[in-house]
Design a protein around this ligand. Structure first.
Ligand SMILES: *Cc1c(COP(=O)(O)O)cnc(C)c1O
Length: 220
């Protein structure tokens, strides 16, 4: 199927109220153009350098989402380029985002990435670290938290559902609270192979790469 056909199929499968983020990492700009022509305006990249070079040469009305691990020394490049950082994943990173965006007199929109499966190999904060991070967010003036992002461990539908449900519970609990600089609106969970279950469990934004652009040559 073509990229356009993939997108039309996804539009049919994804209900109203859930946003589709097209994850274009490793894909050439011609592929992004095909998605753009099919109406996609939200693109996700996992590397700062790749996001920047695509941002420079592509349509200016595109919203760029950073979904990969963000190193503190790269934060400065994202000012005025990134629409949403999905991977706010440590106190150290939070402080650097605040510092950089303060110097630029801008606001960074972010999601807190939670390592819901407690995997060594994945970034994201652990659930018990959440309140320390929130405490620090409340002290910020240039960071705004709009929700939560998770990458769940590889597993079957039943396991996936468990992780999604647990994340939704955290999301809902935070939504009830009145923290400064935090408003829970976006729950970024679900990828090509598990987005349907994620949506059933309350996702508001699915990050779909291979389901839009076809298989990647290498998996990163
Ligand atoms: C690559 C990636 C995706 C998309 O994965 P697919 O399996 O291609 O849909 C989603 N989220 C993150 C954080 C990714 O790195």
């Amino acid at each position: 199927m073509s990229i356009k056909e993939n997108i039309n199929k996804l539009r049919f499968e994804i209900p109203e109220g859930v946003d589709l983020l097209a994850v274009s990492k490793t894909k050439p700009i011609e592929d992004l153009e095909e998605a753009y022509q099919a109406g996609i305006r939200d693109f996700g990249e996992n590397k700062v350098q790749e996001l920047l070079s695509k941002e420079e040469e592509f349509h200016k009305d595109v919203r760029w989402h950073l979904i990969g691990k963000l190193q503190t020394n790269k934060v400065k490049y994202l000012v005025d380029k990134v629409y949403l950082i999905h991977s706010l994943s440590s106190l150290k990173l939070l402080k650097e985002v605040e510092r950089v965006f303060r110097n630029a007199d801008k606001i960074a929109n972010t999601l807190i990435q939670i390592n819901i499966g407690r995997e060594e190999s994945k970034s994201g904060i652990l659930e018990e670290e959440l309140f320390d991070l929130i405490n620090e967010v409340e002290k910020c003036n240039h960071v705004f938290v709009k929700g939560i992002m998770v990458i769940i461990p590889k597993g079957n539908d039943e396991d996936n559902r468990k992780y999604f449900r647990r994340t939704k519970k955290i999301f809902d609990d935070l939504k009830q609270k009145d923290y400064k600089n935090i408003k829970m609106e976006i729950l970024s969970m679900g990828m090509t192979h598990d987005f349907k279950v994620a949506i059933e469990e309350g996702s508001t934004l699915v990050r779909v790469g291979q389901g839009v652009f076809g298989e990647r040559d290498y998996n990163i």
